[in-house]
Design a protein around this ligand. Sequence first.
Ligand code: BG6
Length: 496
Amino acid sequence: MQDRIRIPCIFTIFGGTGDLTRRKLIPALYNMSVDGLLPDEFMVVCVGRKPLSTQEYRDSLLASVTSHSCYPVRTDIWEWLKERIHYFRMNLPDPDGYSSLKARLDDLDEKAGTQGNRLFYLAVAPSLFEPVILNLHRNRMVTNHGSWQRVVIEKPFGRDLKSAAFLNSVIESVFPPENIFRIDHYLGKEMLRNLMVIRFGNAVFESIWNSRYIDNIQITAAETEGVENRSGYYESSGALRDMLQNHLLQLLALVAMEPPISLDYRSIRDEKVKFLRSLLKMDDEAFRGHVIRGQYGEALLDGGKTVRAYRQEAGIDPESNTETFIALGIQAGNFRWGGMPFYLRTGKRLPKKTTYVVLEFKSMPEILYFKEYSGMQPNLLEIRIQPEEGVSFSFNAKKPGPGNEINTVKMDYCHSCDYENNTPESYERLIADALRNDQTLFTSWEEIEASWSFVDSIARSWEKETVSFPNYIPGTWGPTASDELLARYRHHWWNL
Ligand code: BG6
């Protein structure tokens, strides 16, 4: 259980009527209220373009809280939070609205005793990041005199290294680095935080966590849903920028980095950056055949229902070449991992919603037991990130009876079973950390820079290639080329 946050603040959300605010941020604030985390001197101002009164806005939020909170709605707690939520109508790119917004915040500040502290949360389209930040600056809403003003930036942080660097320079020209919180919501997931404990808290794992004992490491982040109602954003992003550049590379960095010298966020970031910089870039030749992209086609389901192809979804170009799937085999040029492949894949319309890491250990020499006759399998360490959270280790044991037949057995730890409802959801954790000024679960500019530099090398190579889309059927594990990529090295995906 976390301690109550004792720091007064006005939490200002730009993008108050957007999906993220309704599905994640307000339900997270409600969960935090149930857990007694928020201070009394706390206000929420949601800024949006729609013509709504505060009362109408508050009323419209109840449905979101009911559907997206992990707790049932308790009237007394909802009333407590609702009273603190205010709506402010404004067209975000329009500079004129900011002085009235400032006046409204100052007024609330005086009434609620929030002492000038502001957490500005940018839950808006990336094209609005820059105007909002510059307008906050021009209207003297970021002063840092005797109070603090922090900014939380949602992804996507740029669409390549150049645009990300520009965005970063704009933000850093207004906010000091320690007040900038770049969100990657995967870092708030319980099992990502658990990864360091699993790795560095267990001698039995850490001593074999390298390419001498591990044959390959696989990371899968699969989703059953399609592009849903985010066509505009997704068309210009695709799986490479939407999932790989941020969530998958962050997860990989935590799996593969060196032990930090302390739990201080700077030490952890340093190690992540070092690892990300060590990833071998995809120059054209190395790249060929090592990165597979896919796009889902149409499918007829058993019940006669049709799943639309990506190109038929609303708002999508009927000739779109945007990838909804990516799989790649990559290597890190460092001592721990030299020569060992990491396989990463992510996609929409795959068979399940699941995220996991598999460490496949090297096989024993076939001297006493032979795979073909005995059923011996490589040892696997599976780290399940979601929906179930846990760790399991599979190893070989003898089947009962006279022969030498082998059974693969599992030691299994289910984290979510032991701590059901007691682990905060990603956004609760991240909002609480931003209020407490803890940067540990946020990404630094150096991490973003290193990820984009790697991702740009893939995007550049893609520009020279032609693709033939669609190339996978919804409900399957992506294009066959993804299986062929691993088969080339006598590996195969572990589909958990
Ligand atoms: C978001 C992506 O960052 O992560 C979405 O933009 C994706 O496309 C989502 O669906 C997945 O998050 P989670 O937590 O459901 O795995």
